[in-house]
Design a binder for this molecule. Structure first.
Ligand SMILES: NC(=O)C1=CN([C@@H]2O[C@H](COP(=O)(O)OP(=O)(O)OC[C@H]3O[C@@H](n4cnc5c(N)ncnc54)[C@H](OP(=O)(O)O)[C@@H]3O)[C@@H](O)[C@H]2O)C=CC1
Ligand SMILES: CC(C)CCC[C@@H](C)[C@H]1CC[C@H]2[C@@H]3C(=O)C=C4C[C@@H](O)CC[C@]4(C)[C@H]3CC[C@]12C
Length: 294
């Protein structure tokens, strides 16, 4: 037993040493200078903040969402912040022809693409599953199929540039949570598609990185409006979240966990103590506030 303990401690030491001395590449804002980037869902929230960070770093940005007035304002600010160039294209991601056209627009404007940031999400309810199958289908089109469509369309340009695909997912895309049934479904689908595709890229030596971002509760207007009466936990800052996602993409990391304590740590429980995680999650919800809404 004593020998086994010693062996385990030695193994832990070796793992820690490898982890800390593996010469990880450091992020530098210059990595994004002159890069040609598409950011979806950039009229508000985390997407808007990603556009501003990239503008400060001197990237070419093409942003998209449905609301033209908001996109115009974001573009103006991007230009002031130092974007190499800044464009927008309005439209809805429940239309796959539009999803494709955004990629074609990047090709026309930039002549190529270095980073595809897939971030938009359709509106959903934060409540018990209401049995509305049409909503699940519609949300799958917006949150999942449009991501697949844009990826397929952008792949030739990304292969040519050795670029990055950055997928914004959620803690709710790794762990089943109450009140987000249709939303979680779409985020789990993203993990299935992009994690499998990444494996094929390794095997086929396709030099395009895929970064899945697993993020927790963030202080965007949409999230605060929908959940703040039900979830007491503090929301993380959208500016920092946006920067961490971009860094992960530029460093070609396979996954980004934002708010480590609320994403990566619970992941340890997910596989080894699922009942305990479920207990913790349920304890953090104020279900009385939900029932009042119905
Ligand atoms: N905030 C949070 O707590 C968390 C967020 N996330 C993820 O982060 C990402 C950003 O979320 P967040 O910033 O909070 O969301 P927001 O609601 O602030 O932004 C969503 C964006 O998507 C756009 N959008 C909505 N519907 C459509 C549509 N049909 N077609 C095209 N664009 C659309 C919106 O613009 P418009 O309405 O003009 O179309 C907006 O630009 C999402 O992928 C979300 O799942 C993950 C975990 C936690
Ligand atoms: C340990 C646990 C208590 C952690 C629970 C974390 C929960 C509360 C966090 C983790 C992920 C969060 C959701 C999310 O991913 C994105 C969106 C989309 C946005 O448009 C509206 C808000 C919504 C539904 C968030 C709601 C709050 C969620 C469920």
């Amino acid at each position: 037993m004593a020998l086994l303990n010693k062996a385990l401690i030695a193994l832990l030491g070796i793992l820690l040493a490898v982890y800390f001395y593996s010469g990880k590449e450091e992020f530098k804002p210059e990595m994004l200078k002159g890069k040609r980037v598409i950011i979806t869902g950039a009229s508000s929230g985390i997407g808007e903040q990603m556009a501003y960070h990239l503008a400060r770093m001197g990237s070419h940005v093409l942003i998209t969402a449905r609301t033209e007035e908001k996109l115009k304002k974001v573009i103006e600010k991007c230009s002031k912040l130092g974007a190499a160039s800044a464009y927008y294209i309005p439209g809805s991601m429940d239309n796959m022809t539009f999803a494709k056209s955004v990629v074609h627009e990047a090709e026309r404007l930039f002549g190529g693409l270095d980073m595809l940031i897939l971030n938009h999400v359709g509106f959903t309810y934060f409540n018990f599953f209401d049995g509305d199958v049409d909503h699940v289908r519609n949300l799958l089109e917006i949150n999942f199929l449009s991501y697949v469509t844009m990826t397929v369309e952008a792949l030739p340009m990304l292969k040519a540039s050795g670029g990055n695909i950055v997928v914004v997912s959620s803690f709710a895309g790794k762990v089943g949570l109450p009140l987000t049934v249709p939303y979680s479904t779409t985020k789990f689908a993203l993990d299935g598609f992009f994690s499998s595709l990444r494996m094929e890229f390794y095997q086929q030596k396709v030099n395009v990185s895929i970064t899945l971002s697993v993020i927790s509760y963030i202080d965007t207007d949409t999230a605060l409006n929908i959940v703040s009466n039900v979830i007491q936990q503090p929301a993380g800052p959208k500016e920092d979240c946006a920067l961490e996602i971009i860094k992960g993409g530029a460093l070609r990391q396979r996954e980004v966990y934002f708010q480590y304590h609320a994403t990566k740590i619970p992941m340890l429980l997910r596989d080894w103590a699922p009942h305990f995680l479920e207990y913790l999650v349920l304890k953090n919800y104020n279900f009385e506030a939900v029932e009042k809404k119905q």
